[in-house]
Design a protein around this ligand. Structure first.
Ligand code: MN
Length: 743
């Protein structure tokens, strides 16, 4: 035997001796003999194996057995099973061998543990269904779960020797599945340690940051705790209680969790602490009465928060937790939670029900543990708690920035918070996403925009006929989904545009025409589009025959300028009679031209190039002594004119009165939804200062585009209307365009 092996043997023996010391419930000679036998077998079986850290493999099962014995408080069979937990999986020994050597109970526990490992290692993604099986079918004995937790805890404690990618996977599983399971089983100390370890590997920077801050603020926190505790200590001492007050800071993970969920900085969380009063109950007085007596003494000192009393003494939690919680107003005006427990309750709370009996250690108590194990088993078997509902409880522990959901086959998918069923569909496959029409979330039919929650089981319903819709962009959250939708959408549109181009060219050639620019100009105007792509899109979507096309091409371009007052005051009325017919007038070059209804309508013309309306900055170009053309000051033509014919430019402004209306056009686009057009038109009709002249909508690929021609009095009215229209959710853009806009 070489030096290395001798050293190894020493280390292994040291670990095993520690185990025997901790196995206080296995003091009988035959119990200890059984543990030794299991140790010898495991050591022999794992002999050539080493852990990633380089130490002999057998140290791992010994450490797991130590956790099982001291931190969970289980007995001989569990310790034996823990020592053997990797033997069947990793060596040539079979479950039958174990049965032969250690009996049915140990064999079935080891078998359960082996199956769990097989499930986890055979598939890189966790499976909800298998998880459920792990809890219910495999673990005929709850000890399987408890040993599995111990196994996981030791793996987490030694995670640093694993490769970083494995670290993340294991840490993730631990947080999502094992820590909540420990919580459910009432193993709070293990739960907290699993959470902190998992957090350390998942977000090492933040972990270190919080750890440093916790250490830095420790003194201050201690001062707060002391200040709060002193009056209580004085009071309870006087009353003759044997007690201890502790104020432990929160775990790093729970601090971070609070920072995340409440969106507050560390400074607002760090001084939140819970005070725990653990007392040795006086004999012959019920524990419950004593808890309430202490409650009463504390609330004599600090004011309680009425709705924050939790009495788990009268009715313990299903996992065995007992305590009386009260929240009181501390001396600094902060709420402080006080937990009142007897020593017995504290042991149960910290280490699980079984640990409590460590200190009793009699045969009779063994059946108490069995009772507890049975109760947990009943809890897990509760018909209401199917796998998904079980995972439901895990949500509280999830990182708030991500969720986990499951496929119908139980495969786990990580998605960002607020991800929808559609994101899930694209997460599975882009083809599933592209053809998705709906989803079943936990067997209930929902729409694709439904936001998923952690633990949801999601099935996507597809249809071959479905195509990606532009509105999907509104609720797709993941980059993957968004990219795929855009790609697919472009693909669909490209096909339609190509078809439209062919259609149009064929029609024109039937009519012996060539696609000339004047033909496009007419078509643009008729269909109110501004590019060839948009035009082809129409010809790709609609059935336009040569007869219809011929009619369109024969139409003349209309003049867009219409004067509103002629329409509104055309009926004979008193008002019209009172307006004197203005005499033909000459233009005073020096005066500002005010455009109002006293102005001779023949004297000015609204420029068709820029189509200004009241409110726009305008200027007049004096074409002749009797005619002025009104341009927007920003109009390129106007700029050209003023630089070349500066003397012909006339300062011009609109009247403040709303007497005339001018034609304006707005362009809308959005998602093609039922009722969207009627929403648009009803908003317009509610606007008193706006009259609708023409509406032109078309829809394709789930989106619609359209233009509306309106008579408005001013830019203010128009902007007001645009503002109201943008409140319609389905509308993606609403903007004013030039009436003659073609480009
Ligand atoms: Mn193991």
């Amino acid at each position: 035997m070489n030096k290395q092996n001798i050293d190894d043997q020493d280390i292994v023996q040291q670990h095993f001796d520690e185990l025997l010391k901790l196995a206080v419930r296995s003091r009988l000679p035959d119990q200890e003999a059984l543990i030794r036998k299991a140790f010898e077998l495991a050591r022999e079986a794992h002999k050539p194996m080493r852990r990633k850290s380089g130490e002999p493999y057998i140290i791992h099962p010994i450490e797991v057995a130590k956790i099982v014995a001291s931190e969970i408080g289980l007995g001989t069979k569990s310790i034996v099973s823990a020592l053997l937990h990797d033997v069947v999986e990793d060596t040539d020994y079979t479950v039958e061998d174990i049965r032969h050597l250690f009996g049915d109970k140990v064999a079935s526990i080891v078998e359960g543990l082996t199956k769990i490992s097989e499930i986890y290692d055979s598939d890189s993604s966790l499976q909800a269904e298998n998880f459920r099986k792990m809890l219910l079918t495999l673990s005929d004995d709850v000890r399987v779960i408890l040993i599995k937790l111990a196994d996981r805890l030791h793996n987490m404690r030694t995670l640093s020797s694993m490769a970083p990618n494995k670290q993340l996977k294991i840490a993730g599983e631990t947080l999502f599945l094992y820590a909540p399971m420990a919580h459910r089983l009432g193993l709070y100390a293990i739960k907290t340690e699993l959470e902190d370890l998992s957090f350390k590997y998942r977000h090492s920077d933040i972990y270190e940051e919080i750890k440093i801050k916790v250490n830095a603020t420790e003194k201050h926190r201690t001062a707060l705790i002391n200040k709060f505790s002193l009056p209580i200590i004085a009071n309870l001492t006087e009353a003759g209680y044997d007690f201890a007050v502790s104020g432990r800071p929160k775990s790093i993970y729970s601090i971070w969790n609070k920072m995340e969920t409440k969106n507050v900085p560390f400074e607002e969380v760090y001084d939140l602490f819970a005070i725990r009063i653990v007392f040795v109950p006086k004999p012959e007085i019920p524990e419950k009465s004593q808890c309430w007596e202490i409650y009463s003494r504390i609330t004599d000192i600090y004011m309680p928060k009425p709705d924050r009393i939790r009495d788990w003494v009268s009715t313990p939690k299903s996992n065995g937790y007992e305590a009386l919680h009260v929240t009181v107003m501390g001396p600094y005006g902060e709420w402080v939670e006080v937990q009142i427990r007897t020593k017995r309750m504290d042991e149960i709370a910290e280490r699980g029900y079984a640990a409590h009996f460590l200190y009793k250690g009699t045969e009779q108590q063994e059946s108490e543990v069995d009772k507890w194990l049975r109760r947990i088993r009943e809890m897990l078997e509760n018909p209401r708690s199917d796998a998904l509902e079980f995972i439901d409880e895990f949500k509280l522990n999830l990182f708030s920035s991500e969720i986990i959901v499951f496929t119908p086959q139980g495969h786990l998918k990580n998605l960002p918070k607020n991800a929808t069923a559609l994101d899930f569909a694209y997460e599975i496959h882009s083809e599933i996403g592209n053809h998705a029409i709906g989803a079943k979330v936990n067997h209930k039919l929902v729409s694709l925009n439904s936001i998923l929650k952690s633990g949801d089981q999601v099935e996507i319903i597809t249809s071959e006929k479905q195509q990606p819709l532009l509105e999907w962009m509104e609720f797709a959250v993941t980059a993957k989904a968004k990219t795929k939708i855009k790609e697919a959408f472009k693909e669909v549109r490209r096909a339609i545009v190509a078809r439209g181009k062919t259609n149009l060219e064929e029609l024109l050639s039937e009519m012996q025409l060539r696609p000339r620019s004047d033909i496009f100009k007419k078509l643009f105007q008729h269909f109110q589009v501004s590019s060839k792509d948009e035009l082809y899109n129409i010809f790709g979507n609609q059935d336009i025959d040569s007869e219809e096309l011929g009619k369109i091409l024969k139409k003349k371009t209309q003049n867009k300028l219409i004067r509103y007052w002629k329409l509104t005051f055309s009926r004979p009325g008193r008002k019209r009679d009172t307006i004197p017919e203005p005499a033909p007038m000459l233009i005073d070059k020096k005066k500002t031209l005010v455009i109002d209804d006293h102005l001779d309508q023949s004297i000015f013309k609204i420029a068709e190039c820029c189509n200004p309306i009241p409110g726009d900055d305008v200027m007049g170009y004096r074409k002749s002594d009797t005619q002025i053309i009104i341009h927007k000051t920003s109009c390129p033509n106007a700029i050209k004119l003023s630089s070349s014919f500066g003397e012909h430019i006339l300062k011009t402004q609109w009247t403040q009165q709303k007497v005339m209306s001018f034609l304006a056009r707005i362009r809308l686009s959005g998602i093609d939804q039922i009722g969207v057009v009627s929403k648009v038109t009803s908003i317009i009709s509610e606007e008193l200062n706006v009259n609708m002249r023409a509406v032109n909508f078309e829809s394709h690929d789930g989106i619609f585009e359209g233009t509306i021609d309106l008579y408005v009095h001013s830019v203010a009215d128009l902007n007001n209307l645009i503002g109201n229209l943008t409140k319609i959710k389905a509308l993606k853009s609403v903007s004013r365009i030039d009436v003659n806009e073609e480009a």
